[in-house]
Design a protein around this ligand. Sequence first.
Ligand code: GDP
Ligand code: GDP
Length: 434
Amino acid sequence: MGNIVAIVGRPNVGKSTLFNRLTETKEAIVDEVSGVTRDRLYGKSVWGGKEFSVIDTGGYVKGSDDIFEDEIRKQVIIAIEEADVILFMLDVTTGITDLDMEVARLLRKIKKPVFLISNKVDNHERIAQSSEFYKIGLGDVYSVSSINGSGTGELLDDVIKVFTESTERDDDDLPKITISGRPNVGKSSLVNALLGEERNIVTPIAGTTRDSIGTRYNAFGFDFVLVDTAGLRKKTKVTENLEFYSVLRSIRSIEKSDVVLVMIDAMEGLQSQDMNIVHIAQRNHKGVVILVNKWDLMERETNTARDFEEKIKRKLAPFTDVPVLFISVQEKQRVLKALEEALKVYENLKRKIPTRKLNDALLPVIEKNPPPATKGKYVKIKYITQLPTYGPCFAFFCNLPQYVKEPYKRFLENQLRERFNFNGVPIRVFMRKK
Ligand code: GDP
Ligand code: GDP
């Protein structure tokens, strides 16, 4: 599990500019999940060989002026709770404002590492101006220009030094499952339905210094860890129903899990925030199961479920090979089925296809439907192999990898999905030079 870096500060200091700079990395492997567009809130970055998540806490409160103070206070509180490292950004062109002091006051109380950034230091004169920020009393000041990138390397060099190495046991092979979703969809009810009976709980698993991973569950033939059940039950200090906060809260749990149960309310359908959750899962190569809860409240006709599922899949496209289950936690309908599905997806996530089998299955199809010629050049795919990564990742070795475009990669992904069971699991397809 990677570390989480949050960028906080008042509006217009340049948080999203820095966020974009950090997450627009060209280092392969980080992204490459088809159909996942860049997110304004959450991204992955790599520096010095260390992969980490970046959250721009300003992402959702752009615009008006008067709500700010309160909003920013909440952002900072959540960032403090959820992140490992905090980047506190100030604007050298405006100097210290009251709002900056307010944020600083919150940050002084915490034990997590805080990096004070003087942004918009586009030239040398401004470096001197940055020294004003030492007055804030949060230690060193990092002068950067998020626009042209200067100073960001030095900052990151120091940021990755304070990362905590994961002490979680990666060797335990138990599937880790988390339940994610907007407030009131029924997450706690599901946890209660599963864990309510104490005899089903084996042992609380000792996890990191930060918190425990979750609860091991062993009943009805299921053996897995339910991640962050305590966090679920805990009522937050921030009570608003703002999408930003619950997405933020989900990030760590998703990163700790193998399979994410994305729970939605049958009456509300799949909303943009749910899509954010699915994208975060995809970016982290986690399995996904969509649970449509409160199905008992729906007026059902013959095709209600089918139509509902189609609507969901249109929104999920191109990642449509995902199980969708209609459940009612209240009526205890298909609750165990949800677990069963999650464990199947876990199997799919771990699935390794032998090279021989892959080539036998795919080379004939590729021969029949080769990549379209570009500039009169023909791409010849020689062989395929699954890489030993977390989550399925396939390398197609060929003469001219740069000529294979997204639609053809998607075609290959679909061929893989048709022949092998990767239901609920994001797939990565790479073209490699032979
Ligand atoms: P946020 O509200 O904190 O996310 O701030 P933005 O990233 O949206 O930036 C606010 C404004 O400051 C935009 O017009 C940016 O182009 C500008 N900006 C951001 N970083 C820099 C910088 O390093 N130098 C200069 N000169 N402008 C910057
Ligand atoms: P959470 O905020 O996602 O943890 O949601 P809760 O588990 O607290 O549930 C919110 C409300 O939805 C509660 O009043 C539950 O009783 C209700 N609820 C949960 N599951 C169902 C269901 O399957 N059907 C109906 N009708 N209500 C449900």
